[in-house]
Design a binder for this molecule. Structure first.
Ligand SMILES: [Fe+2]
Length: 327
């Protein structure tokens, strides 16, 4: 049993201090998907994102006459003095960081563009965005996204189109690719970007969601969904109904799971090495980053205390010399 990966303990889903560590260890050092360029085509309306309490603003400064344009898109933090990085992939996906602590894009997501370049993201117009709160920790939602063991009983409509029998997850350095049906390589591109963003191209359209942690309540997150489709109004509505059904089924599952985590009904368990390899992957990354950050901060504190002792010690020595001189 020792070789099997265990889940993060329930306390990691219920602690404010732990979230503050995650914020410094994970969120401020990662790249986050903001959307495809079609999301940023209303020149008069800059978009505001709030990720881990950092506000990012996206503006499209190109003239309207340019049509769907990648050229004029700029991203900056609302907070004065906060520097960030942003990157547009060749096929039109916009990513940004929350600080300069994140590595370069290619270093964080090696190999990602080989995959995303297969889809032209400039061709799917933005149709709708919705946002609402959920009573769950951000990881509770990602736990569910990163496996499909729950799909058959939770998502009967989805499972009809994408039978979970073939479902597999391939993990890369900081993203995972989900393959729902290997016989349909052109339908269904499901990507998870560590830590909180996803991109789901299926059912004729595309959706993307972010699970945004609350600053103060560990068991609370804001879900933000963006929907893209190039069909008629009726076709879009049909697609929307389908994907909303799946999202609501997940939402209910997450609120119930969090309830169990907060009340000691579920503590921790063992992950299925095949069917839950996506969960093991991202939880392992969180665990490692949090431990590393904790170690770094402990070292820093020790160093700060040491230099304080030295400084005070120096002053005491100087006073001793003065007293000796007077005597
Ligand atoms: Fe699900």
């Amino acid at each position: 049993m020792d070789s099997l990966t265990r889940t993060l303990p329930a306390s990691w889903f219920c602690s404010s201090e732990l979230y503050q560590l995650e914020r410094r260890a994970v969120f401020l050092k990662s790249w986050h998907l903001l959307g495809p360029v079609t999301r940023f085509q209303k020149r008069s309306e800059p978009l505001v994102y709030e990720i881990a309490q950092v506000k990012l603003i996206v503006e499209n400064q190109s003239p309207d006459s340019d049509g769907v344009s990648m050229e004029g898109i700029v991203v900056y933090a609302e907070e004065k003095g906060r520097e960030i990085k942003y990157h547009l992939t060749p096929s039109g996906l916009l990513f940004a960081t929350l600080s300069l602590d994140a590595p370069e894009f290619e270093e964080f997501f090696p190999g990602l563009e080989d995959l995303t370049n297969k889809v032209d993201f400039t061709k799917l117009p933005h149709r709708r965005s919705i946002s609402y709160e959920g009573r769950f920790n951000w990881k509770t939602m990602i736990d569910g996204y990163q496996e499909c063991l729950h799909c058959q009983y939770t998502h009967p409509t989805f499972s009809k189109f994408y039978p979970p029998t073939f479902y597999s997850v391939t993990n890369h350095l900081n993203f995972s690719q989900h393959v729902a049906d290997p016989t349909k390589p052109n339908d269904g591109l499901f990507l998870y970007f560590f830590p909180i963003c996803t991109l789901n191209v299926y059912g004729g359209g595309m959706s993307s969601f972010r699970t945004l942690p609350s600053a103060t309540v560990p068991g609370l997150a804001r879900m933000e969904f963006d929907y893209y489709h190039n069909g008629t109004e009726a076709e879009f509505e049909e697609y929307y109904k389908f994907v909303r059904q799946v999202a609501l089924e997940d939402f209910e599952l997450c609120e119930k799971a969090q309830w169990n985590l907060e009340r000691g009904v579920y503590g921790e368990g063992i992950l299925n090495p095949v069917k839950e390899n996506g969960v093991a992957f991202y939880q392992g990354k969180v665990r490692e980053a949090v431990y590393r950050q904790h170690g770094l901060e402990k070292e820093e504190k020790k160093r700060a205390e040491h230099s304080l002792v030295k400084a005070v010690g120096g002053k005491v020595d100087a006073v001793a010399v003065e007293i000796a001189a007077v005597a």
